[in-house]
Design a protein around this ligand. Structure first.
Ligand SMILES: Cc1ncc(COP(=O)(O)O)c(C=O)c1O
Length: 385
């Protein structure tokens, strides 16, 4: 396990020097100090572009593919660098060969990034089906499993962790059932990856989109799309970049126009990428690997447990996130009797949180302390004196 005090001092010095307690990682994660330095160093060279080589650019994104692949048990050939989550979901929606009458199945109350790209297919006759949640907005996995056997279900698309309730989908079970039925399984991983560990092969995921800006502690403009090997070699990209093509690797003969996609996920990349952001992404991913994704997961679970146990014992605050550890990660949704008052008290105490769908959303991360979480809970209900 890592040394929390040292980590906070070195990478997140504001946690020690300022008044803010930051429990809003599900909105935007902080940049570690080493990431800020790496980007500044790269940008200083970029100011004088003769100090940046082609290798600086292309080795950076090659390194991203390696670091991401290691994080999710994929191969670098299955990773495309993307600038956010939404672009990756759009790649999935546009590249999978869906026909009139085919059904895309998911949960209601998903974050819209994983809804609109599929709704946009309705114009060409693809049907989207969003399964009702319970009255608290928590998805019903059993209803999803039962719906898999409807005729014409071709895609299941879910958030790994839901943005508002913190419900964590059992990817391994749903993925296996999809694979058995020949249904493509698409995942929006942005609210899970980092806070929890993931094995895309064990979960039978076909495509997975993730931005870097939350639990991967990375700049806006960084992210990736995982495309399972066979699909990365065969799906036709709907949007084509010049570097989607094998021939473009030869900068000496760019205008020969030999049409032929890469035999890997690079065919989905739309170059030119924001290389400075991928320098930052790599640095943060290295930190995550250094600390150990399983250690991070353990720390997040420990902090989330505090909120779950606290809320379970109270009558004035309802726990919306499932109490069961297998169905949650770093997002904890709490519904206090007096939502407005709770939010105001947190704001006044400079405890960064989010209000989402009628709940206070707390999203502690591995650099937070138990005291951070316990203080937020006490402030929320006005018991901090
Ligand atoms: C589940 C989910 N998907 C996607 C996003 C963001 O998508 P993008 O990276 O495209 O802005 C968010 C939050 O902003 C989210 O909570």
């Amino acid at each position: 396990m890592y040394d929390l005090a040292r980590l906070r001092a070195q990478e997140f010095p504001w946690t020690e020097s300022g008044p803010t307690v930051y429990l809003n990682n599900a909105s935007t994660g902080p940049l570690p100090a080493r990431t800020v330095r790496a980007m500044a160093e790269f940008n200083a060279r970029r100011a004088e572009p003769f100090r940046i080589t082609d290798a600086d650019e292309f080795d950076t994104v090659a390194r991203t593919r390696e670091l991401v692949a290691k994080l999710i048990n994929a191969s670098p050939a299955e990773i495309a660098c993307m600038v956010n989550t939404s672009y990756g979901i759009n790649v999935a929606a546009r590249a999978l060969p869906l026909e009139t009458g085919d059904i895309v199945l998911g949960f209601d109350r998903e974050f819209p990034a994983n809804v609109y790209p599929w709704m946009a297919l309705e114009r060409r006759g693809v049907r989207t089906m969003r399964l009702a949640t319970d009255s608290n907005g928590v998805p019903d996995e059993r209803a999803l499993i039962a719906a898999l056997d409807r005729p014409r279900v071709k895609v299941v698309t879910v958030s790994w962790v839901q943005f508002s309730t913190g419900f964590r989908t059992d990817l391994a079970t749903i993925g296996r059932l999809c694979r058995e039925r020949g249904i493509w399984f698409v995942v929006d991983a942005i609210q899970g990856l980092g806070a929890a560990t993931l094995d895309v092969a064990a979960c039978h995921i076909d495509l997975l989109a993730c931005g870097g800006q939350k639990w991967l502690l990375s700049p806006w403009g960084s992210g990736f799309l995982y495309v399972r090997d066979e699909l990365a070699r065969t799906l036709e990209p709907a949007v084509v970049g010049w570097l989607s093509m094998r021939a473009s690797l030869d900068f000496g003969h760019l205008v020969d126009y030999k049409f032929g996609y890469h035999d890997d996920a690079r065919r989905f990349e739309v170059i030119t990428l924001p290389f400075q952001d991928f320098v930052g992404f790599n640095t943060s991913l290295e930190l995550i690997h250094e600390l150990g994704p399983a250690n991070i997961e353990r720390a997040v679970n420990g902090l989330a447990d505090l909120a779950v146990e606290w809320a379970s014992a109270r009558s004035d605050v309802q726990l919306i996130t499932p109490a069961d550890r297998t169905h949650r990660a770093g997002v904890i949704a709490l519904k206090p009797r007096d939502l407005g008052g709770a939010a105001t008290r947190l704001e006044r105490a400079q405890i960064a949180h989010a209000v989402r769908e009628g709940c206070i959303r707390l999203s502690p991360y591995f650099y937070n302390t138990k005291e951070d979480v316990m203080r937020a809970l006490a402030v929320m209900v006005g018991e901090d004196d």
